[in-house]
Design a protein around this ligand. Sequence first.
Ligand SMILES: Cc1ncc(COP(=O)(O)O)c(C=O)c1O
Length: 417
Amino acid sequence: MTSTLALLGGEPAVTAPGPHFQWPPIDDTTRAKVAAQLETAISIPGRSGIVADLEDGLQEYFGVRHAITTSSGTAALHTTYWAAGVRPGDEVIVPAWTFHATASPLFSLRAVPVLCETRPDGNIDPTRIEELITPRTRAIMATHLWGRPADMAEVVKVANTHDLVVLEDGSHAHGASIAGQKTGTFGLASAFSLNGPKPLSGGEGGFVLTDEDETYYRTVAFAHYNKRARNEIPDGHPLARYAATGAGLKLRIHPLAAALARDQLDRLDGYLAGRTEIARYLTRHLSGVRGLRLALMPDGVVPSWYGLTVTYKPDELGGLPIETFHRALIAEGATEFDRPGSTRPMNLLPLYQQPGPLFPGHPHSHRPYQAGDFPIAEHVHAHTIKLPVWHREQDLELAEQYIRAAVKISDHHEELL
Ligand SMILES: Cc1ncc(COP(=O)(O)O)c(C=O)c1O
């Protein structure tokens, strides 16, 4: 290759005009459905209309008895913990590396997030769970980071041995599966985000899945006071008398978001099939690039490809810092290459190091976290570059240009040292 690096004044490898990745895909059918919703209802207090349509669709897609929409993934997680019976002082084991909202709602419940080391793929390491279990442990929460399923067989095994509840944060992993079983269906309940870039997007929104009636009633009581609680919690149930107020929160999805998500749900499997093809292509070509490593998926593991992660190996490139390699990618026009920012090991976040000022007297205060507590999660996070995965055949040309950018920098890395 004779080209000079764009960071040093050469021609960029990526010539396609931006933006290179927009999500969710919106066409005229989507526009018409959302516009029709504007004319139908823009506030739906009960389980009816587009909210019922979406929840029915989610139940069918995931093969679960109950899907309950919420205003966000964060709200879905908050609801899931409460619905699963997490009480003040309870401990919940969560992966050290995830988006913080996987665990942060626990603070509001005065429960304690206990961080667990991850595997190099970023998911909770089931072999490190047992050492964290105490008489106060109530549940284990697994995230499927970047859409790659966690090792749920092992998580469930540890949980069953210790009589713990299994919960999942499926916010990156709509439609992902392990041996044919969809993520979000391995435990008592799961929470998903429908936020902007998520594999299934409503712009904003979220949902809770569960097969268990009691958890369903508690979900409704927590997230949907008044009409839904009155209609859906059976007379005579101990929560029925609280229906008017629920637990005091209203966490309802917007009908326009529900209309967008409902439209997208029908397309989800098509998106995933397209992403799988392009992820395969990217993996094949980027794996051969000096300084970069890509993980192979075990048999039977189907990710959602929310993100394709590349592990950077500076020692193969003369110690070139990842920051410089990343800046060089951006200069080449490969602007979708990203380093995970907000999704970082939570021991690095002030809320987890020192929750006291925000939650005075919180029981977490006796267990402050600090940098260095989770060497594997922190190392992998610091060496990760990620890419969103396109789903259309015509995007292969763009993928090819991104590969060319990475190859060019790797081949010419000495010029950056
Ligand atoms: C893993 C994970 N959990 C939870 C959330 C929170 O979802 P929301 O933004 O819909 O509140 C996100 C959002 O980015 C996420 O990535």
